[in-house]
Design a protein around this ligand. Structure first.
Ligand SMILES: CC(C)(COP(=O)(O)OP(=O)(O)OC[C@H]1O[C@@H](n2cnc3c(N)ncnc32)[C@H](O)[C@@H]1OP(=O)(O)O)[C@@H](O)C(=O)NCCC(=O)NCCS
Length: 142
């Protein structure tokens, strides 16, 4: 019997991962971050989930601002727990009140963050370039 082992590893992002990450970004967001943003976070809190050599998701955090900058999982791999794994891994590297902003219309992501213990703190009117409001969410990390 043939069995395929699917081993998912969370590790630091490397420069050679950026093309695959950008592809995930492009299919995940209407307004993707430009590639230079990802480049600027190399060697910072930038982690990927890798399955059998393929990048299936990423997360970026900013320690100075105590901020979750971005997270995305490839559409084919969602609702399998990888987003949670990435977030838990990142939060091990952060302390105090961690914040994030999410589009008010992004109900799936808001549910995901709530499931991970983030609370809605306030609305930020017209936060995004297209005029959409953001929800500021926070979580206290010991
Ligand atoms: C948000 C995102 C990263 C979640 O990744 P994921 O790997 O699918 O999440 P997980 O499988 O770890 O989900 C953990 C739990 O969060 C909740 N959750 C995740 N996605 C959800 C959704 N679309 N709707 C409702 N609840 C959701 C569920 O409770 C889920 O557990 P369950 O599947 O056992 O019910 C992914 O949907 C994504 O890449 N979205 C597009 C990019 C994006 O919007 N990023 C956030 C920008 S602020």
């Amino acid at each position: 019997m043939h069995e395929e082992f699917q081993i998912v590893k969370i590790r630091k992002c490397r420069k050679e991962d950026l093309d695959e990450i950008y592809e995930i970004e492009r299919v995940s967001f209407n307004y993707p971050y430009p590639p230079f943003v990802f480049y600027s976070y190399l060697n910072k809190l930038f982690f990927v989930a890798e399955e059998n050599g393929r990048i299936i998701g990423y997360i970026v955090g900013d320690r100075e601002r105590n901020l979750i900058v971005s997270i995305a999982v490839h559409p084919d791999y969602r609702r399998k727990g990888y987003g949670r794994k990435l977030m838990e891994y990142l939060l091990k590297h952060m302390h105090g009140e961690v914040i994030l902003q999410v589009r008010k219309s992004n109900k799936g992501a808001i549910e995901f963050y709530k499931k991970l213990g983030f609370k809605e703190k306030k609305e930020i009117k017209s936060y995004y370039m297209d005029g959409e409001d953001a929800i500021l969410m926070v979580k206290m990390i010991d």
